[in-house]
Design a protein around this ligand. Sequence first.
Ligand SMILES: Nc1nc2c(c(=O)[nH]1)N=C([C@H](O)[C@H](O)COP(=O)(O)OP(=O)(O)OP(=O)(O)O)CN2
Ligand SMILES: [Zn+2]
Length: 126
Amino acid sequence: MAQQFVLKTMLDFAAAHTLRGYPGDCAKLHGHNWKIEVQIVGSKLNEIGMVVDFKEIKRHAKEVIKELDHTYLNDHPHFASTNPTAENIAAYLYQQIAARIGSQTVQMHSITVWENERNCVIYTEN
Ligand SMILES: Nc1nc2c(c(=O)[nH]1)N=C([C@H](O)[C@H](O)COP(=O)(O)OP(=O)(O)OP(=O)(O)O)CN2
Ligand SMILES: [Zn+2]
């Protein structure tokens, strides 16, 4: 069986949202301290024994998250027409970060978005 390394790094941001069409309180303005897990997969190690430096993954992820931090997510161009649910936020982060880190040796594995300490969504693509 071929070796594979899954690297995970964690970031967070604060942002408010309203869920359009939600039959309850989440349709009202409220905020979360979102916790994000970025998972990357690779099979080769470089000369110092890393798939990729965690700092490098974080640098790309922070670029994307910076746009969302301390904002009202519904005002973001992507979420103007797409409901800012944890599912849609996870898919957006995956696609944005994948476009920055994608290479032949390192690929996105998944994004986990924690809305609070009880609820999370894991997004991946095959
Ligand atoms: N599948 C999803 N379900 C819900 C989402 C979501 O993005 N995807 N989002 C929400 C709201 O954003 C809401 O803010 C969730 O917070 P909260 O009500 O605190 O969630 P809990 O389930 O932990 O609430 P308790 O009733 O206190 O257990 C809702 N659902
Ligand atoms: Zn919410």
